[in-house]
Design a protein around this ligand. Sequence first.
Ligand SMILES: [Zn+2]
Length: 344
Amino acid sequence: MNLEKKLIEVLNQAKEVFHKVESSQDLQDKKAEYLGKKGVLSTYLSDMKDLPVEEKPKFGQAINDIKNQINGFFEDAKTRIEKAAVMKKLSLEAIDVTLPGKEIRLGSKHLLSQVIEELEDIFVGLGYTVKEGPEVELDLYNFEMLNLPKSHPARDMQDSFYITEELLLRTHTSPVQVRTLLENIDKLPIKIICPGKVYRRDDDDLTHSHQFTQIEALVVDHHASLSDLKGTLLTIARKMFGEDRQIRLRPSYFPFTEPSVEVDVSCHKCNGVGCSMCKGSGWIEILGAGMVNNAVLEAAGYDSNVYQGYALGAGIERIAILKYGIDDIRALYTNDLRFNRQFK
Ligand SMILES: [Zn+2]
């Protein structure tokens, strides 16, 4: 067989081979096999040295033609393989727009946050501003300046988490009142509320938790009377529990107020007739309040002959429990979504 015939055969074979190639790895192998330095065509080129001089250019030209044609087969195959790869990728990534989407569940505010915001709205509407303070507090602000010196037996009412002798987790939000008194002695009147978390060494049960939430209000001015306090309490009770509510004040004792009162609201469930929620009395205790004790005003540098104040404090959990008929305070902390979602 002469060289020319052989070359035609190589060309036909290459055409078929590149037509069948399916992967790019295979393609590169075949390219090396035909066109590489040690490929089929190179071997023919090295055979050229045995040819008579006059035939060399013609043969060289023929090899070049074949090389170009095989290169063409290679390029065609390359295009075909790349196109196939793109099509395959597209089909794998195809999105079926007719499938139903994944539901994204929107969260909502926790019930305690809702009650706090509701109360804040009411108080802000009455001209109060919202104050916050640290949860790790000085004994000085948490007790001493609130007329609870170290030996005071009433400290037992608020069993505490102490960090050092002088530092504790606040047992009520009242230290925010002390801080406000100290900061605002020249900026009367004071009219603030302070909501926030408080901590006491209680054993957790249906109605107690070692951590709970309070909201307190403080007013200090030249003229602040018990009747002003009573009007405020009635407004709060009606906004929270309905316009038909009545309140009653019972004498009580707190070291930081004098006189002190417990505040009852007429039962919103039975309208005062008597039911399980109000234990048959028609009244429900909701919070404590009173006129700021002169000792507290004096400790903060206020002349108690010139200034008066009143204060109230309520447990947010207690209000939430009463308003929504919750039977276990722990439901407010355990983050059971079935419970939380009821108050969306
Ligand atoms: Zn009742």
